[in-house]
Ligand binder design. Structure first.
Ligand SMILES: Nc1ncnc2c1ncn2[C@@H]1O[C@H](COP(=O)(O)OP(=O)(O)O)[C@@H](O)[C@H]1O
Ligand SMILES: [Mg+2]
Length: 214
């Protein structure tokens, strides 16, 4: 397994090398909650776009089930676990994205302030060369998630020191309205179980990216 400590510029160069005129490539950015996937994917996309490529970020978080549905299912207490997402819907979207046709494919976003997915938020145009797919469970080996990995041309696993990751995650929960104690309990309980699951899937990545150095 290849590991890199490269900074953002070198990672942008790697991602840009995947983008081909007239082609469609999918780059998966995976990692445990709070590792910095979304931040890294956005920074990479900005860098790749600055080199003139057509790039878009599609977050797996857009496939969070709605809060009402989580409550109906009795799963609201572990929001973020694999069975709190529309995993089959996510895989179906990847299928559409992997084989571009004439239509714009709309991906959903996740609104952290509302804690709800927003349909139709992210246009993936037919000429998008690089689609960065980022999320926790792209490398899980169980159905229906397991169908995602073969569609990714490359998958990077974002690794960050666990203590830093946990503190960043608590800070993020607090920023979006949870109290200190509630945030800590959620991060050390539900989020940590999910983090272990994600870490166990790292072996299916092509590259381990150590972040925290930039
Ligand atoms: N390189 C970084 N330096 C400092 N803080 C960061 C960095 N990357 C991410 N963060 C912060 O850490 C938290 C988690 O990052 P995020 O990208 O949301 O992680 P993920 O998408 O993996 O859950 C966010 O609040 C973000 O602002
Ligand atoms: Mg994220």
């Amino acid at each position: 397994m290849k590991t890199t400590d490269e900074g953002l510029d070198a990672l942008v160069a790697r991602a840009a090398a995947l983008a081909q005129p007239g082609g469609r490539r999918l780059l998966g950015i995976v990692g445990p909650p709070g590792s910095g996937k979304s931040t890294l994917a956005d920074a990479l996309a900005a860098g790749v776009a600055a080199q003139g490529h057509d790039v878009v970020v599609v977050p797996m978080d857009g496939f969070h089930l709605a809060q009402t549905e989580l409550e109906r299912l009795g799963r609201a207490g572990r929001k973020g676990a694999p069975d709190t997402f529309d995993a089959a819907g996510f895989v179906a979207l990847l299928r559409r994205i992997a084989k571009p046709g004439p239509d714009v494919v709309y991906a959903p976003a996740f609104d952290r302030a509302l804690e709800e997915p927003i349909a139709g938020a992210i246009p993936v145009t037919p000429d998008a060369q690089l689609v960065m797919v980022e999320g926790n469970y792209l490398l899980l080996d169980e159905p229906p998630w397991a169908d995602a990995r073969p569609m990714l041309d490359e998958a990077w696993y974002v690794r960050l020191d666990a203590a830093v990751r946990v503190e960043r995650l608590i800070a993020r929960h607090r920023r979006f309205g949870r109290g200190e104690r509630e945030a800590r309990e959620f991060v050390l309980g539900s989020d940590e179980r999910n983090a272990e699951l994600v870490a166990a899937s790292a072996e299916r990545a092509d590259l381990i990216v150590n972040v925290g150095t930039w």
